[in-house]
Write a protein that binds this ligand. Structure first.
Ligand SMILES: NC(=O)c1ccc[n+]([C@@H]2O[C@H](COP(=O)([O-])OP(=O)(O)OC[C@H]3O[C@@H](n4cnc5c(N)ncnc54)[C@H](OP(=O)(O)O)[C@@H]3O)[C@@H](O)[C@H]2O)c1
Length: 285
């Protein structure tokens, strides 16, 4: 029987450490860390994510300002971001995706101050990640690495990892991070042929495709480690991952559940990235 790795065990400890750090910093006369979240439009899923972010910030003592815009032009959004870029009381700026179609997200991330880019989406920070330089690592891939380290996988020399999905926010960056840990990495996507054969060779599978319970036990190698990033609804409208956990549980060594898995780490990593930005800011001002 495989082990289910619940995210809260890891994320609670991270949040506790952050809370203690902030208490100490404020006691020493520093201001609170400050995260600004920008949301444009009326996307219901985004609203849920943004309110989760508010709650997390409150829990650990990060000041959170959420700017909701029903509608805003690209030009006005750019001037708002430029203003926040310069504001010394703002440590992190997060632009909730997706943005409405009249706003080009590349234009937005091109002007966002990379030092406040707590999602790690600006071109400079993306480039640094691929060059192996210190930078803001996007929250979901960073959280996946925390999970692997928690279960004892610091160095992945000799391990084969298969990542399913090639998005800029999950698939590509996690592939790079696994490579940095010496894994031999294959990225699969919707145009990959014989995907099951690829996945069956993997010691570590990271699935970020968004296909409810597609991965069954015949996809997996015995004793593999399975990180399920997908967030989907099953036939009963219940949240589920890309992996059919009940079907595979006897075959895997470790698996993350959905919900209560990677998602909790994603949230904790946003707090961690905000603290990195905060430390840089209070040390430089
Ligand atoms: N837990 C978390 O914190 C968290 C964070 C972010 C995202 N997510 C979830 O993770 C999933 C992926 O998110 P994303 O933003 O990366 O999504 P995305 O941009 O839609 O990318 C999905 C990727 O999966 C590939 N794919 C889709 N169906 C496939 C199939 N049948 N076989 C092989 N590859 C397939 C796509 O291939 P092509 O490139 O060829 O189209 C694409 O590269 C979603 O369910 C999302 O909700 C969870």
């Amino acid at each position: 029987m495989g082990n289910i790795v619940y995210g809260n065990i890891i994320s609670d400890e991270i949040k506790e450490n952050i809370k203690n750090f902030i208490e100490m910093s404020v006691k020493n006369g520093n201001r609170q860390p400050h995260l600004v979240v920008i949301m444009v439009g009326d996307n219901q899923a985004s609203k849920v994510y943004v309110s989760g972010k508010n709650k997390d910030c409150m829990q650990v003592g990060i000041k959170n300002t959420t700017l909701y815009y029903d509608d805003i032009s690209e030009e006005d959004l750019i001037s708002k971001i430029k203003e926040l870029n310069e504001d010394k009381t703002v440590d992190g700026i997060l632009i909730q995706l997706p943005l409405p179609s009249h706003i080009n997200k590349d234009h937005i991330f091109n002007i966002l101050n990379p030092q406040k880019d707590v999602d790690g989406f600006t071109p400079l920070n993306v480039g640094k990640l691929y060059l192996g330089q210190d930078t803001f690592v996007p929250c979901t891939p960073k959280g996946i690495i925390k999970i692997l380290e928690y279960i004892g996988y610091y160095d992945l020399s000799g391990k084969k990892a298969v990542v399913i999905g090639r998005s800029n926010i999950v698939g590509k960056p996690i592939a790079q991070l696994l490579l940095n840990k010496n894994a031999t990495v294959t990225i699969c996507h919707s145009k990959t042929q014989n995907i099951i054969e690829q996945v069956r060779q993997a010691d570590i599978v990271v699935s970020a495709m968004g296909n409810a319970k597609l991965i069954k036990k015949d996809w997996l190698k015995e004793n593999s480690i399975v990180i399920d990033v997908g967030i989907n609804r099953d036939e009963n409208n219940k949240l589920c991952g890309d992996v059919d956990l009940e079907d595979v549980i006897d075959k895997v060594k470790y698996i993350t559940p959905v919900p209560k898995g990677v998602g909790l780490l994603t949230r904790a990593m946003l707090l961690e990235n905000t603290i990195i930005a905060y430390k840089n800011s209070i040390n430089n001002n």
